[in-house]
Write a new protein. Structure first.
Length: 265
């Protein structure tokens, strides 16, 4: 890895991995012209992701939402930025043999007050589906096989002492290769690396699906992998899932009631 500082249009500081150090100027160019270049991926409502060409490679650049004043100071002087955490955690996952798009670099744009912007750069991964398709398309080909493979992937995370706090439907990319399914984590800035209790492991499934039949399949597969009784796992997983869904929908109702003025005409 190589630490870099770059003046110019933005006051950039960051790190670039060894395999891309000869491309520093091209990658910095992507950051400095992020607003006007690149191809937008998604709606860009919260964080903004754009795709850029780097020779024959497609590069994914994620610009995190500008933090509020307190967090600007915190990320500048006391805490690691979301971009730095994403880069560091991606490398940790790869060291553990867990899939994630290849990290390339991260950059922070700072001033004396604090962090203004931060960017995470990785190789762009073409994928076939996410967990979300399994929720919304119950007749998706190989549905149960993929769901069981995803559960085994989550068990692998837990065995490697990885608690992915944003383990939600859109944050695992799924690639099919010759009838086998490979899984890649994205949106990496909220992770904890530590031994996990049984309840922490099961809690990690709570945000994935409101469908009881999918929870039953995941519970069955996790029981086979851990040797714990199905009834014990399913009872806890469904209870935690139900509590999350209740909390989520309550939050949605409150937003609709009190933030009506934000609605678009």
């Amino acid at each position: 890895m190589k630490d870099i500082s770059y003046g110019g249009k933005l006051n950039l500081k960051g790190t670039i991995c060894a395999g891309f150090q000869h491309k520093v100027s091209e990658i910095v160019e992507m950051i400095t012209h992020f607003e006007t270049r690149g191809t937008l991926l998604g709606d860009g409502e919260r964080n903004t992701i754009k795709l850029f060409n780097l020779d024959e490679l497609t590069v994914n650049v994620k610009s995190f939402k500008r933090p509020n004043l307190i967090n600007r100071i915190a990320y500048r002087y006391f805490r690691k930025s979301k971009a730095e955490r994403s880069y560091t955690y991606a490398n940790t996952l790869l060291e553990k043999g867990i899939g994630t798009p290849q990290p390339i670099a991260y950059f922070e744009n700072r001033d004396l007050l604090g962090l203004k912007d931060s960017y995470y750069v990785s190789e762009h991964l073409d994928y076939d589906l996410t967990y979300r398709e399994l929720v919304h398309q119950p007749d998706y080909p190989d549905h149960e096989t993929i769901l069981r493979a995803f559960t085994a992937f989550t068990w692998k995370l837990h065995q490697h002492q990885v608690l992915f706090k944003d383990h939600s439907p859109g944050n695992t990319l799924i690639v099919e290769q010759n009838g086998q399914y490979q899984f890649y984590l994205v949106d990496l800035n909220r992770m904890i690396f530590k031994p996990l209790s049984f309840e922490e492991r099961i809690q990690n499934f709570a945000r994935l699906t409101p469908k009881k039949e999918m929870v039953a399949v995941m519970s069955d597969e996790y029981a086979k992998l851990t040797g714990e009784p199905f009834e014990k796992i399913f009872g806890l997983m469904w209870d935690l899932t139900s509590k999350f869904q209740e909390k989520y929908h309550r939050k949605v109702r409150l937003k609709q009631k009190y933030l009506f003025w934000r609605r678009r005409p």
